[in-house]
Design a protein around this ligand. Sequence first.
Ligand code: TNX
Length: 536
Amino acid sequence: MWSRNTIAYVLILFAIASCKPSDPPTNLSGENIIPKPVSVANTGSSFELTEDTGIYIEGSDELTSIGQFLSDKLAPSTGFPLPVKSIKGIPDSGNIYITTHTDDQLGAEGYVLIIAEDIIKLSAPSPAGLFHGIQTIRQILPSKIESGSIQKGPWKIPTGIIRDYPNYSWRGTMLDVARHFFSIEDAKRYIDLVSYYKMNIMHLHLSDDQGWRIEIKSWPNLTAHGGSTQVGGGKGGFYTQEQYADIIAYAQSRYITIVPEIDLPGHINSALSSYGDLNGGTIVPEEGRVSPGTLQDIGSKSKPTELYTGVEVGWSTLRVEKEVTFKFVDDVVREISALTPGPYFHIGGDEAAATKKKDYITFINRFKDIVKANNKIMIGWEEIAQADINSDIITQYWKLSKYAELAVEKDSKLIMSPSRKAYLDMSYDSTSRLGLHWAAYIEVDSAYQWNLSTQVPGIGKEHILGIEAPLWSETITNIDELEYLAFPRLPGYAEIGWSPETNRNWEEYKIRLGNQGPRMKEMGIDFYRSKKIPWR
Ligand code: TNX
């Protein structure tokens, strides 16, 4: 005799077998969207994109650009024209409609996506929200939508309603273009990939001991000499001011704010090698990280240093007692600020082991005034908490809770970049061919399984702006290597910043990520095939 269970099992098997791949998708909440939306409701049917589909915009020219962005992303693989047109009121059946509406809960970046059988309606209070909604549409379509060459349809998506908005306002990554230089094309590619996961910040680490990467017209030798090499002795490079502006405009069109960093008063050898007046004396870079040492040769102060192509940290310093040092910082901050529409300027401030503590405080306090005079909000790595910081200043936590606590005591808000969890330059495991591991090995599960609001005991959400995952470039030399370290950890960091903590769980996430494998392949992303993920 067959038991009830067996009969039910056979019926389920039949049901699965009769589901042909061409059956229309109807389960919107089963889609593999990263970051996971706040809420998804199914309505059990599907919408089809066809050669007659148009993208209709009701709103400003900026919305038209967003509609065009969507059209440009969908046209190559579908082969459909997807014209962008403006309209008053809802378009006919078969179309996509993009507009704005007020909705306080959605905030500055949220959106509502209503997919019905006859229309897709995307609406948000702000253009940034619409842009994020477009990333959701891309992720719901079959992964071959990202192929870039004409593919066979049909292009169907399940119907339903998505209401979505971020948990944290700061969701970013940092790219170190100083240790190894990355071209404008590489920077743009990374910006595109980051925006696909609704991140909104790209912090550029533009200077370090090994290289100065942005043209400063009043101090031309910074790039002419200081930009001429990189880790390993390769030829380095730098962005002209026009190229930097080009990257910023590109990022802006993807609703990403560029945060420029000039690392001061340590990590500064490229400038000291270009202008000897700035040299406050260096210590011998020893093997091993942050090597405390003594000033090697007081006599070498004010003399240009040699260019440096190694990977040690914490051995160079600006000269505090010379006014020219502050003239230099003022010129650099002024020129870069004038090119940067975003409100932030990052002054570094990390690992200044060659700077005396009292000089360090003097430096940070003066940088604070300089950045403020240039109408920017100062950001610094956690060590700046030792100086006179306040609620106008943002502190970037990376290692020591005591500095995070000190910053919070001084009312400074935090960007969370815990190196043991969020450093994209840490190797996945001991077999990884790229990356460092001084903080930890960070496998994909470890990278995902933590919360911003519980990372430092006693420092909750009210003190935290969000997450940033830094990608230091000592071990990576090209875009493929960059992608290998960033992916697939970066989508998880995007989700940690965007999705409510109570909505996140590794067992469920790893399946969604695995199902995004074909999508990353279509996008040409050189990702690490972690064994922790059930790749499809
Ligand atoms: C620490 S984290 C640094 C960087 C290195 C990185 C390598 C921080 C603020 N400074 O200078 O590139 O470690 O992982």
